[in-house]
Design a protein around this ligand. Structure first.
Ligand SMILES: [Zn+2]
Length: 74
């Protein structure tokens, strides 16, 4: 995985939003095996900027967000 990418506008926009939000059009769902438990989270990669997202689907509602795993911005 490429570390410390610069997220494109769509990724920057999605980052931190509720997991109820649909993935943007440049995100592709990573294949089976990429995630230990697909019921808990899904991983997506952006074809534009190579950002890797985790879409958290379980746990407290406040934790169910789009997390950017490899962005340089904190
Ligand atoms: Zn992107």
């Amino acid at each position: 995985m490429d570390l410390w990418i610069q997220p494109c506008a769509r990724c920057a926009d999605l980052y931190g939003k509720s997991a109820a939000e649909p993935p943007h059009q440049d995100l592709t769902l990573n294949g089976a095996g990429a995630v230990k438990d697909a019921r808990v989270e899904e991983h997506y990669t952006c074809v534009q900027c190579r950002a890797v997202f985790a879409r958290i689907l379980a746990g407290p509602p406040t934790r169910q967000i789009w997390m950017l795993l490899n962005a340089g911005q904190h």
